[in-house]
Ligand binder design. Structure first.
Ligand code: ME8
Length: 532
């Protein structure tokens, strides 16, 4: 059996409701998973929630709830958003689940028993929102701040910390990691992030990573099996999910089927944890170079109207509100949102959200181009061909026919190349260019004119070609807009789910197949703020 294609997302903190940033990573991960499934690959998409640590303990306290009650409530908001956005995950791990807690304890004991951990006292600075330690050495390289040292990652003021605990040696693995990263140029993508990692590894890493927290300060964590006074550091616990879920501790056969992860999808904010701490943790656990994650993809950051999202500015974008309010009345609102996220910003770069930007995409790309192509093609098949897929008979304007056929059949290769580099926007652009070409084809061939002139056979061929384009486009759109893709297939009268390879078949629709009822995919109305 070939190895399962294993995709992971970060485990999101459940200290607050999910926002556009979280949804971005999960939509991208879902798109990638669906794409590989269409290529008939076994895929395992893992997402979940990170439920321990000081930040969550504090948020629970502020809301007057126990941490467990609090996380149980917030996790539902994540799960319901993933249902709304059609995130087809195969497993959802909560770090408070017994399966994870048990496995983390086993791993900690193994490291401890093998003498890999060191008990010592640490002095440095702590960023509570990021749950991250910074050493004096790391902070020395930064500009002085009148309020005291600030977190190099989130710019918030740090707290001085002196802590006795258990430590994982980092610096002793630095040389190994640097050599490994240099030998694996796609270990981190895109290139800018890879370069960032390399330059990080040019500086000495902190000697150790503290992997415990004193219980008296942080009560909400996985107990450390060999120390009653400590719980596990939330990042150490959370990163391990990538191997605990797939059987590292108790199911070697399952583990071999999934590991190494093919893609760890993350935001650029947590590159250091995934590209430095995580491989060093695995290396310390005895993983070979061949068992390191294949690729860590760090995407860019969403702002809102060019501003940072924050509670104090009150500008946090709630994806549920976008789908149910801004896009109210859209039958495929979640797909519109998915399309916007993946089309508007080249993956890896930062993006700026605005309501106008999403509505502009809805109007221009989706309603005027894609929706129009589907609607006019199917309406004309209803009107001129008695609602049945016509035969492709005539030769006629063979040049135009061939050009459109060529672009459509070749789409798979273009999309494959883009997806191999996780260039979602490039793939969507290619698909939408074929949609545009098909619209221009219909205008130049003017089926309504052919009908008037009684050129029945040519009319049928033109509409058949347009229908074939829709079939192929629906295949390539499936990973991006699953419900739109299904609606196109249904309107074409095709019950079956295609595979990627079917996009290279031409023609592929059965002659005389009855089409479904044409209906607008993206009706423009006042309710979503766009006038028709
Ligand atoms: O870091 N733009 O959880 P987290 C784009 N629990 N992506 C964003 C974003 C934004 N403005 N804000 C958040 C954690 N994200 C840890 C992870 S993994 C073992 C533990 C996305 O809830 C992006 O994927 O802070 C980022 O990496 C992640 O949410 C951080 O989520």
């Amino acid at each position: 059996m070939s190895k399962t294609f294993f995709i992971t997302t970060p485990l999101y903190y459940v200290n607050a409701a999910p926002h556009i940033g979280h949804s971005y990573t999960n939509v991208a991960a879902d798109c990638l998973a669906r794409y590989h499934r269409l290529k008939a690959q076994e895929v395992f998409l893992l997402t979940g929630t990170d439920e321990h640590g000081q930040k969550i303990e504090q948020a629970a306290k502020e809301s007057g709830k126990s941490p467990q009650v609090f996380v149980d409530e917030v996790v539902e908001r994540f799960q319901s958003l993933w249902a709304t956005l059609q995130i087809s995950y195969d497993d959802f791990i909560r770090t408070t689940q017994a399966r994870h807690v048990r496995a983390v304890k086993v791993i900690l004991s193994r490291l401890h028993d093998a003498g890999k951990l060191k008990r010592t006292t640490y002095q440095g600075w702590y960023c509570t929102p990021d749950e991250t330690f910074w050493t004096e050495e790391e902070l020395r390289q930064l500009k002085a701040n009148p309020q005291g040292p600030v977190c190099p990652s989130c710019q918030r003021v740090l707290e001085p910390t002196r802590e006795e605990g258990w430590y994982l040696p980092l610096r002793q693995s630095q040389e190994w990691l640097r050599t490994f990263v240099k030998a694996h140029p796609t270990f981190v993508r895109p290139q800018t992030r890879y370069n960032e990692l390399l330059s990080l590894l040019e500086q000495p890493l902190p000697e150790y990573l503290c992997i415990t927290r004193p219980k008296r300060r942080v009560g909400w964590g996985i107990p450390v099996p060999f120390s009653e006074d400590h719980v596990t550091y939330v990042w150490f616990d959370a990163l391990l999910n990538y191997i605990t879920v797939v059987g590292f501790v108790d199911d070697p056969a399952r583990f071999a089927q999934f590991w190494p992860a093919d893609v760890h999808l993350i935001g650029k904010d947590i590159l250091r944890h995934h590209a430095v701490y995580w491989p060093i943790m695995l290396h310390t656990l005895g993983f070979s170079d061949d068992q390191m994650p294949r690729t860590i993809v760090a995407h860019g950051w969403w702002k809102v109207d060019e501003q940072k999202m924050s509670k104090s500015l009150g500008n946090i974008v709630n994806p549920q509100a976008i789908v149910t309010q801004l896009l109210q009345g859209q039958p495929h609102a979640a797909d519109v949102y998915r399309y916007f996220l993946l089309r508007d910003v080249p993956f890896g770069q930062d993006g700026s959200f605005s309501q106008d930007a999403i509505l502009a995409r809805l109007q221009a790309d989706l309603a005027n181009d894609l929706g129009n192509l589907v609607h006019r093609t199917l309406s004309m098949i209803t009107r001129y061909c008695a609602g049945r897929i016509p035969r492709m008979a005539s030769v006629g304007c063979a040049v135009d026919d061939a050009a459109l056929q060529h672009s459509t059949v070749g789409l798979g290769t273009v999309v494959d190349e883009a997806m191999a580099r996780l260039e979602f926007s490039v793939a969507l652009d290619a698909i939408m260019r074929v949609v545009g070409q098909a619209n221009r084809y219909l205008e130049s061939q003017a089926p309504w004119q052919l009908s008037k002139e009684g050129q029945k056979s040519r009319l049928e061929s033109v509409l058949r070609i347009a229908a074939e384009v829709l079939r192929v486009v629906s295949i390539h759109l499936e990973p991006f807009m699953p419900s739109v893709s299904e609606a196109i297939r249904t309107q074409l009268g095709c019950g079956q789910l295609y595979r990627w390879i079917d996009g290279t078949v031409w023609p592929g629709l059965p002659d005389a197949q009855a089409i479904g009822k044409p209906s607008a995919l993206f009706p423009l109305s006042r309710s979503c703020g766009v006038s028709g």
